[in-house]
Design a protein around this ligand. Structure first.
Ligand SMILES: Nc1nc2c(ncn2[C@@H]2O[C@H](COP(=O)(O)OP(=O)(O)OP(=O)(O)O)[C@@H](O)[C@H]2O)c(=O)[nH]1
Ligand SMILES: [Mg+2]
Length: 198
């Protein structure tokens, strides 16, 4: 199979930064992003993402999980829709987006990670992109995972061995260009290194 036919699905809670991540990885994607109280992405969409010379994959943006009854798509329906989408496109890699702000973390972050990890089973890897690790925390972004937050992850049953990167997915104009480029390269490497090799 050509690596260009590999499907990578980005999933996570509404507002976690999934569409911002798509915009960071796929120049020209122009995926809508928003800080509204209601979910922004209203349907799944796929974008071509260049991983390296003659290497690309399809990145799939999805509808946010865990919205309240008032949101765009109520949590049980969003979950059902994501499961249906995963069955349809048969992903080769799942990327779970979650915010790296301590007060932004909820038990449901762990629950959803584990729910979809068990759904795809051992055939498909699930990696994590921790977002919102912006300039002030960026000197050593992995600190977020390795220090205090590890306790939080343990409490949520997210295994420490989970392959992950901690980044800022803010657009280049809103963050130090170095932070943006380091973040972009880290996510590209995470995807490239965890896709099946054939
Ligand atoms: N500070 C900071 N803000 C971010 C980061 N990533 C995303 N945001 C902001 O968070 C808000 C939500 O981002 P989106 O990319 O729309 O989130 P989403 O996961 O696609 O949300 P839904 O489409 O509702 O599921 C936007 O205002 C983004 O600018 C980040 O790394 N740092
Ligand atoms: Mg979105």
């Amino acid at each position: 199979m050509s690596r260009n036919e590999l499907n990578v699905v980005i999933f996570g809670h509404s507002g976690a930064g999934k569409s911002s991540l798509i915009n960071m990885l796929c120049p020209g994607a122009n995926a809508d992003t928003s800080n509204d109280t209601s979910g922004c992405t209203k349907e799944e969409h796929e974008y071509e993402c260049v991983l390296g010379p003659q290497q690309s994959c399809q990145l799939h943006d999805t509808i946010g999980l865990e919205e309240g009854f008032w949101g765009f798509l109520w949590a049980p329906k969003a979950e059902k829709q994501l499961k249906k989408y995963l069955k349809k496109i048969k992903p080769h890699l799942l990327v779970y987006c979650m915010p790296g702000t301590r007060n932004g973390l909820k038990k449901s972050h762990g629950r959803n990670f584990n729910k979809f990890k068990s759904m795809v089973g051992s055939r498909v890897r699930v990696v994590v992109v921790v977002t919102h690790v912006d300039s002030e925390n960026f000197d050593n972004p992995e600190d977020w995972w390795t220090s205090a937050s590890l306790n939080v992850l343990r409490k949520f049953d997210i295994p420490e061995s989970t392959r992950h990167v901690c980044v800022s997915t803010l657009p280049k104009v809103d963050v130090d260009p170095g932070v943006h480029e380091t973040s972009r390269e880290a996510v590209i490497a995470l995807i490239r290194n965890n896709l099946p090799s054939h």
